[in-house]
Design a protein around this ligand. Structure first.
Ligand code: SAM
Length: 326
């Protein structure tokens, strides 16, 4: 079992240990929960991603959150139903599902036409050769698949030809983020709950989406500061054809970057989420903090941060990143 290590400054507190019981935190002490937990899809075979979080962890989060506090929980598209049921069974209300959209997700798909040739022991037809080297990261390190010069094949068997180009998966272009809320205190109206605890309302004012310059303002009486934040998320437009969609690119890791966490979330995205479900001076908890992107979003927006991370290497990266933005 990991030893408990705590590190604290006036603006953040970090624990290098499992978030399993959150014993260090008082009941009803947290204003907002934002977390990117293990997706349970064995991503790149990482040990920590083999299973979904134990339901007890959601119960611990529920205990430490104030009545009316909101939470945002990332999940994988194909397992989000399980996460939602676990959260609901804990007692949280499911309020919405935000879609974080991006264009740089990698399709994970088999080429079925070529697989059919292999099944039939028929050599596929070589039609050219790859002209690039494909880079990817595994276990924190950069790898390069020497694609350059490798043959590009097409199915040669009759059945293979019929299924030429057929595959097994779409290009991923979004991740869901489940918006939950701990119920407000029994007997209190929402405004009474906000007065008593400071929680129970979304911070729509701080997260308005400004109109583009010269953009015609549709609808009657548009708010001068922009539209109400949507459940489809963007920061900046990427390219002409996509301007009307809301997009935030996934983080591409740089070789020289000291942060080698394999699933770093974009800080711009985390800032938006922090601003959406908390108010200035409040405390945000991330029980699966990784390299600390939620914490950066919190500190850069005048919130306090509490983070748990079980892996020492990621904990150290988080600590360094948070110090840099203090
Ligand atoms: C998806 S990653 C979070 C990445 C983070 N959003 C970032 O931007 O760096 C989930 C993290 O949860 C950690 N983790 C898994 N189980 C844990 C547990 N029981 N307690 C604390 N951390 C845990 C993993 O080591 C991993 O770093």
């Amino acid at each position: 079992m990991a030893t408990s290590v705590k590190y604290s400054t006036p603006s953040f507190t970090l624990f290098n240990k499992s978030c399993f019981d959150l014993v260090e935190l008082d009941s009803c002490s947290i204003d907002a929960l934002i977390t990117d937990p293990p997706y349970g899809i064995a991503f790149q075979n990482y040990r920590w991603d083999q299973a979904l979080p134990h339901p007890q962890i959601w119960q611990d989060c529920y205990r430490v959150m104030k009545p009316g506090a909101y939470g945002l929980v990332f999940s994988a598209v194909r397992l989000m139903h399980r996460v939602m049921v676990a959260l609901e069974d804990t007692g949280f209300d499911i309020k919405d599902v935000l879609f974080w959209s991006f264009l740089n997700g990698m399709p994970k798909s088999r080429d079925i036409g070529l697989d059919i040739d292999r099944e039939l022991a028929i050599s596929s037809r070589i039609v050219g050769e790859y002209q690039y080297v494909q880079g990817y990261r595994k276990n924190g390190a950069a790898h390069y698949k020497a694609r350059k010069g490798k043959p590009i094949c097409e199915p040669a068997s009759d059945v293979g030809k019929k299924y030429k180009g057929a595959g097994t998966g779409l290009k991923p272009a979004y991740e869901p983020i489940i918006l939950i809320q701990k119920p407000t205190e029994k007997g209190l109206r929402i405004a009474q709950n906000v007065i008593k605890y400071g929680t129970g309302a979304l911070n729509l004012e701080e997260t308005r989406i400004p109109f583009e310059k010269d953009e015609p303002k549709v609808g009657h009486n548009p708010h001068p500061a922009g539209r109400v934040s949507a459940n489809l998320l963007r920061t900046v437009p990427l390219a002409d054809g996509y301007d009307k969609f809301f997009l935030i690119p996934k983080v591409r890791q740089q070789k020289e970057d000291f942060n080698n966490h394999p699933t770093v979330k974009p800080v711009s995205l985390m800032e938006h989420l922090v601003k959406l479900i908390s108010f200035s001076g409040q405390t945000v908890l991330d029980p699966f903090a990784g390299s600390g992107s939620t914490g950066i979003g919190a500190l850069q927006n005048n919130r306090k941060f509490v983070g748990y991370e079980v892996e020492k290497a990621y904990y150290d990266i988080m600590r360094k990143r948070l110090h840099e933005c203090e």
